[in-house]
Ligand binder design. Sequence first.
Ligand code: A3P
Length: 304
Amino acid sequence: MSLESELESLALRCTRQKPVEVEGVPLFTGIAANWDSIWHFKARPDDLIICTYPKAGTTWTQEIVDMIKQGGDPEKCARAPIYKRMPFIEYCPPIPSSSSSFEIAKTMPSPRLLKTHLPVQLLPPSFWQQNCKIIYVARNIKDCAVSYFHFHLMHQFFPEPGTWDQFLEDFIAGNLNWGSWFDHVRGWWLAKNHHPILYLFYEDMKENPTQEICKIAQFLDLELSEPVINRIVQHTVFENMKANPHANYTTIPSQIMDQTVSPFMRKGTVGDWKEHFTVAQSERLDDICARELEGSGLTFRTQL
Ligand code: A3P
């Protein structure tokens, strides 16, 4: 069955799913059910994997990386939607299906571009054994939480988010799919001390996309000319990605992602949290963040 027809059939049977814990981390039932195969995923030395906590700017970084790899040619990046170009290694549809991403990835030619939201301790060990390059993108907790809230509203596989206040409590407690934001950003930050990981921040990408694109190219040992860099910046600016059907997830049936509730490319800004947080919530989160990240050397900007 093609991915398109699987999506259609999934859309018909789409229900919101409660997460199931794998090694203490809440994950989709399909991921938990296939955990053994995911854990034994066979990485190849020339794989590049983009890792993020959900809503940190994964799709944006994926499009940038593909544009870099394709020499800044948007036609080549239009060969398929982003989720086909870069399999989301742990993603397994909530119903039995042949299109589990790890199965699709197996058949892809090298060099592969892959995506994961797994926390560092759950990354399949062969990525470490093969010394694969990893790009990690982190986004400040407040904008990440707001973006994840809207994503829960629109994505019909996620549990009902409840009110914003309830959702924020679940987010802070690490009860949502892929677990604690704190553990995620901190775990990957520490991992970069012993592994080739380029650790990027959404806020830096927003402030100076040219600089961050050059960092990625350098990490991939690729040299880009100025016109190519400019083309990549233009192609991946929020408005253009929002209009790009190969990046904006409009090819996913609306029974799964209801973009009338909230578009996948929603706002794309730093500081939208101010529209959602009360002063008390914001101050409380600042305190928790200071405590949780203390001594790590990891700091975030919540406005530019
Ligand atoms: P918002 O919901 O705050 O708008 P992910 O790809 O990890 O799921 O992240 C999605 C978030 O990244 C959404 O945030 C989305 O709008 C934002 N995003 C996607 N492409 C972007 C771009 N080119 N520039 C800035 N933000 C972008």
